[in-house]
Design a binder for this molecule. Structure first.
Ligand SMILES: NC(=O)c1ccc[n+]([C@@H]2O[C@H](COP(=O)([O-])OP(=O)(O)OC[C@H]3O[C@@H](n4cnc5c(N)ncnc54)[C@H](OP(=O)(O)O)[C@@H]3O)[C@@H](O)[C@H]2O)c1
Length: 309
């Protein structure tokens, strides 16, 4: 698994260069050339269900073995219900994996992840169904996403034989809630951690200021509130921190992630070949000292827990 991964929820995303087969192929070519070989998609990604996987399958034709391929199934809000019920059920998993394998044009998925917890299906059933896929060779490893600390512990206690190996949750310098329960649970139960939205949708690349950002960016086109409501005083202190060390914000952001031994791969999304190349290069540009990490904690710290007394 490469330390820098490629998040693929841009594949097939409306209004991006990666909406098309050509744009997708350009990004994937650049990723593989730069050594970014861990790719993370999901059945729900793309402007229509399955499109990201379909574009991935086309772009991987003839070179499937060059990447470690992760995908996801069973998003509670977006995945269509499949006959058989809940998204973590045996029936849903069986159907979902066959559909993903067909769209991805492959015989196996390296990491198959439950996209969101399923409150209706006992985790034992989900684990059992996934273990069958591992035994059949359709899936190599299994992971989960958006689990809380207690759900990670519950899944570990329920497993016998095939176990979840990874947790994927939102985590970045601007979204640090995973530090409370999820990262400690991942450490305790030996899971690799995959931070999603690692660049906070692009806000942590350095291309935005209090005054604005590129019109063609996802943030300005689709999620302007992320820019409008950003903690600009802290982000400006972060930019000063980078300037004082002669590094870019992108380099500092990747360096911060990769100094954390729990982080298996930084699955940053990209809409162009140049972005993937920049992300791969950023990963080796800067290694923070313990003092640097402490200073960053002071600038962009975890907010106080409102539940704490
Ligand atoms: N498990 C889950 O529930 C879940 C949820 C969300 C995401 N994910 C996963 O996490 C992955 C990453 O999340 P994400 O792609 O949404 O967000 P992200 O990695 O935080 O941000 C990616 C965006 O930042 C911009 N960018 C990336 N590299 C750049 C560079 N070098 N210079 C300038 N801009 C750059 C691009 O957007 P623009 O070009 O548009 O500015 C890119 O689409 C997803 O692809 C997906 O695999 C998982």
């Amino acid at each position: 698994m490469s330390a820098v991964g490629l998040g693929c929820n841009n594949f097939g995303r409306a209004g991006t260069p990666t909406e098309t087969p050509t744009g997708t192929r350009d990004v994937l070519d650049a990723a593989i050339d730069a050594g970014v070989t861990f790719v993370d998609t999901a059945d729900i990604y793309g402007r229509s269900f399955g499109l990201s996987e379909t574009l991935m399958g086309e772009a991987l034709e003839g070179r499937r073995d060059r990447v470690v391929l992760a995908t996801k199934f069973g998003h509670a809000d977006f995945a269509p219900a499949i006959a058989g019920g809940s998204k973590g059920s045996r029936a849903h998993i069986r159907r979902a994996v066959e559909d993903s394998l067909r769209r991805l044009r492959t015989d196996w998925i390296d990491l198959y992840q439950l996209h969101t917890p399923d409150p209706e299906t006992p985790i034992d059933e989900t684990l059992d169904a996934l273990a069958d896929l591992v035994r059949e060779g359709k899936v190599r490893y299994i992971g989960h996403s958006n689990f809380s600390g207690w759900q990670i512990a519950e899944a570990d206690a329920a497993a016998s034989g095939v176990r979840f190996v990874s947790a994927q949750n939102q985590y970045s310098l601007l979204a640090r809630a995973a530090e409370r329960e999820v990262l400690p649970a991942a450490r305790r139960f030996g899971l690799g951690f995959l931070p999603f939205f690692p660049l906070h949708n692009g806000l942590l690349t350095g291309k935005f200021t209090r005054e604005g950002g590129p019109d063609d960016s996802r943030i300005m086109r689709q999620r302007p509130h992320l820019w409008r409501d950003a903690p600009w005083d802290a982000l400006e202190r972060y930019q000063d921190f980078c300037d004082a060390r002669g590094i870019s914000m992108l380099e500092a952001t990747f360096g911060w992630f990769l100094a954390n031994p729990l982080v298996s791969s930084v699955i940053a999304g990209a809409t162009s070949a140049a972005q993937v190349r920049a992300n791969a290069a950023a990963a080796t540009a800067w290694s923070p000292s313990a003092a640097d990490i402490a200073e960053l904690d002071g600038i962009l710290s975890l907010p106080a827990d409102p539940a704490a007394g």
